[in-house]
Design a protein around this ligand. Structure first.
Ligand SMILES: CC(C)(COP(=O)(O)OP(=O)(O)OC[C@H]1O[C@@H](n2cnc3c(N)ncnc32)[C@H](O)[C@@H]1OP(=O)(O)O)[C@@H](O)C(=O)NCCC(=O)NCCS
Length: 213
């Protein structure tokens, strides 16, 4: 984890989360999102929002923006090129896990518009994450990437963010349906009491001293 922090420090623009980073291929303006960004955020994050109507997705995002506005430990950052929003990330100061209470900044859904990949926008969003963590004296920055997304995994790997855990999901009914089958196969793998008695008797027999007459 310290490697991760050092790598991000090396890439960080000084100061706060807002500012202009002159990247080699594009001049990226980083700022905090406002409610006026809700439509473009829906476009950017379409694959991570709940699958429902446009109106409900917009309402969800408005609620997320309002919650972020009133929470110092949460920030939604957007990246602009030439006045157009081309990327965003959701930042939250939290802890590593339910049981590991070490502080961490979780970067959720750093997304860049398809036509703007590989121009430094994603890195600028992660610089904002590093600045957000440093403002709070937080030494760990985490992110989730879809296992199947080569883009995301290469991007994070380049930032020295190695894989730590796999999030596995099932529907509650799916889990409930599979449990008896797992229990059944475990039961059939366990030898019956009578079988164990036979095995133990055979072992005792092998260990017993031989009496030679
Ligand atoms: C992942 C993502 C945010 C990267 O954004 P980006 O603006 O293209 O990233 P950058 O231009 O800052 O790339 C920085 C470095 O990361 C690496 N990188 C980024 N995308 C890569 C890819 N598709 N393949 C290989 N390396 C990649 C490169 O080393 C790149 O530097 P380089 O272009 O000088 O070689 C963007 O591809 C994206 O939005 N993907 C879809 C959503 C997603 O998967 N988000 C992440 C997890 S939720």
């Amino acid at each position: 984890m310290s490697t991760l922090v050092a790598a991000l420090r090396g890439a960080q623009a000084p100061g706060s989360v807002s500012g202009r980073c002159d990247m080699s291929r594009a001049s990226v303006l980083i700022r905090t999102a406002t409610e006026s960004d809700v439509v473009v955020l829906r476009e950017l994050w379409s694959d991570v929002l709940r699958p429902t109507t446009r109106e409900e997705q917009l309402a969800d995002l408005r609620a997320v923006l309002v919650a972020a506005e009133g929470d110092d430990d949460c920030r939604i950052v957007v990246a602009e090129i030439d006045g157009q929003v081309v990327g965003a990330v959701h930042l939250r100061a939290c802890v590593v896990s339910t049981l590991n209470l070490e502080p961490m900044v979780r970067t959720f859904a750093p997304h860049v518009m398809p036509g703007h990949h590989r121009r430094g926008v994603g890195s600028a969003l992660m610089e904002a994450a590093a600045a957000f963590a440093e403002e709070r004296g937080i030494g760990i920055v985490g992110a989730a990437a879809l296992s199947a997304s080569r883009d995301a995994n290469r991007f994070f790997a380049r930032l020295s963010m190695g894989p730590v855990a796999t999030l596995r999901l099932a529907t509650t009914t799916g889990l409930r349906q599979r449990l008896p089958a797992v229990r059944q196969s475990r039961m059939s793998a366990v030898p019956s009491g009578r079988h164990i008695d036979k095995v133990l008797a055979a072992r005792r027999g092998r260990r017993a001293p031989r009496v030679i007459s």
